[in-house]
Design a protein around this ligand. Structure first.
Ligand code: UDP
Length: 250
């Protein structure tokens, strides 16, 4: 990255730099992988670039489908230009199939397909280990008002419908994903962060039997190996799909 750029913030997987226009930022994707609130850490060469390229294609697809996002364009293969947003401290998780924490915290069996999508809210707070919230707790903490909460729920459900189709086209089952939203300089709520195998569970549909083949961060969480290969495979499928189709064909 150009050393003249003014550094603003560094998170677990990304660095933020100021852009020429004060209402925009540059988001650089790092090669670091973390799991379990950063108790587990590793570096995978090429991960930043893959997540940036995958995210950019997904943001472009969502924007074409009228979802407001912070994404503006790619700066290079591992950094993107985005609207500067004030992040709302909520992790919005939508689940189509039960897995991960839902199965650790309830009696639902891993792999159970949910009758309708479940939306869980977590407080974005590493010190507290991102605790699960209720609507009343969101109100109590005055994180967002009821109208904004409804807006975020509706937007998340819409994004789910779009992403399910997007991934189904490239033979991936969208199990669950985490979104973050923020306010842009006009005060509008837009989708922020990234959409990549770091924050989506994606199971390969190219399997003859019912075995679960994760092409996402579970490969790192659960020491399954083939981490970069899985991320590369997703990027390859997305690129191949868009070589012969455009966004309107999804
Ligand atoms: N997730 C995320 N960041 C987090 C926690 C979860 O991106 O800090 C994503 C995760 O990759 C998965 C979904 O949210 O796609 C649901 O995760 P879950 O609550 O099952 O937690 P986990 O199993 O990761 O502990």
């Amino acid at each position: 990255m150009n050393s003249k750029l003014k550094f603003i913030y560094e998170g677990k997987a990304k660095k933020i730099f100021a852009y020429e226009d004060s209402d925009k930022v540059i988001i650089e994707f790092k090669d670091d992988a973390t799991a379990f609130n950063a108790l587990k850490k590793a570096k995978f060469e090429g991960k930043g670039e893959l997540n940036c390229l995958i995210s950019s294609k997904i943001f472009e697809f969502l924007i074409k489908n009228k979802i407001p996002t912070h994404y503006i364009g790619l700066k290079n293969n591992n950094s993107m230009i985005a609207q500067k947003i004030k992040i709302i401290p909520l992790e919005v998780v939508l689940r189509n199939t039960a897995y991960g924490s839902l199965c650790k915290e309830t009696t639902i069996e891993p792999g159970a397909v949910l009758e309708s999508p479940l939306i869980d809210f977590y407080l974005k707070n590493d010190t507290l280990n991102d605790p699960l919230l209720t609507k009343d707790r969101i109100n109590l903490l005055k994180i967002i008002n009821d109208e904004e909460l409804d807006f975020i729920i509706n937007m998340t459900l819409k994004i789910n419908e779009l992403l399910k189709k997007f991934f189904y086209n490239i033979k991936l089952d969208l199990v669950d994903f985490k979104l973050e939203f923020g306010y842009n300089s006009k005060g509008q709520i837009v989708l922020g962060d990234e959409i990549s195998p770091d924050n989506c569970r994606l199971w390969d549909l190219n399997q003859k039997n019912d075995t679960i083949v994760s092409l996402d961060k579970d490969r790192f969480r659960n020491d399954l190996g083939g981490f970069i290969e899985a991320y590369s495979e997703i990027n390859k499928r997305i690129n191949n799909f868009f070589k012969s189709n455009d966004f309107s064909s999804i």
